[in-house]
Design a protein around this ligand. Structure first.
Ligand code: CTP
Length: 220
């Protein structure tokens, strides 16, 4: 099913600069997005991987990596590829906010306290979701601590996603800093729970689940 398909994947964190030497970021390693890119390329898909700063590398003829730093850069890179892509996977941990201003020189220490004004970043998944066609399939990720299912279902609707891969922070071994992940896949009409597995196995489970749902949607 994936052979010859064009896939857009976002991965890793975004870094939102405060000045030339400092940024606001998060602990995402990019492992989940890179594992999905590898599996899809091995299945014959042509993958555009738009990745925030990560230590990972991936050398595959079918994977084209666009390295980016900020959410704005990630959005610009995705917007170029999204219309042509059959499948969108938003695995990046995009910073929700960015500093309102970025200093051009290093900010010097002065007062006892220092306040940074933050403004909302573009929501890449939601913004692209507005132009999503019926023949395109979109997958989002969500890391929740409370009311996981309700929040995941909210994201399906808000971001026009066909499925949400939910990581619960309550599960030991799941999330950002681990090589393993424990996921629940939430779709409009079903909820699938999986055991704790390494991220390559999780990637396979996600792809199987995409296959099943996408096949159903295509029959409609
Ligand atoms: N996402 C995105 N752009 C953003 C924020 C999130 O594309 N600016 C994508 C993520 O890659 C993920 C999904 O949206 O696939 C959900 O991200 P999450 O941070 O859980 O959602 P938010 O809408 O930011 O909600 P919350 O208030 O729970 O942080």
């Amino acid at each position: 099913m994936f052979s010859g398909k064009k896939v857009l994947i976002t991965a890793g964190p975004t870094y939102e600069p405060l000045d030339p030497v400092r940024f606001i970021g998060n602990h995402s390693t990019g492992k989940m997005g890179f594992a999905l890119a590898r599996c899809l390329a091995e299945a014959g898909a042509e993958v555009s991987l738009v990745s925030g700063p990560t230590a990972l590398t991936l050398d595959h003829a079918l994977v084209h990596i666009t390295p980016v730093m900020t959410a704005d850069e990630m959005f610009a890179a995705c917007a170029k590829v999204a219309p042509e892509a059959d499948l969108w996977i938003f695995a990046a941990a995009v910073a929700d906010y960015k500093p309102k201003d970025t200093a051009t020189s290093k900010i010097k220490k002065s007062d006892a306290s220092f306040t940074i004004e933050l403004v909302k970043n573009v929501d890449i998944a939601a913004t692209l979701g507005q132009q999503k066609r019926e023949d395109q399939f979109a997958v989002g990720f969500a890391l929740e601590t409370d009311q996981e299912l309700e929040n995941a279902r909210g994201k399906l609707l808000k971001k026009k996603l066909d499925m949400v891969v939910l990581n619960s922070l309550r599960d030991p071994g799941a999330g950002f800093k681990h090589d393993t992940n424990k996921i629940t896949i939430v779709k409009a009409a079903s909820v699938e729970e999986y055991a704790l597995k390494n991220k390559d196995e999780v990637a396979q489970d996600i792809l199987e689940s995409i296959k099943a749902e996408w096949a159903c949607l295509q029959k409609k």
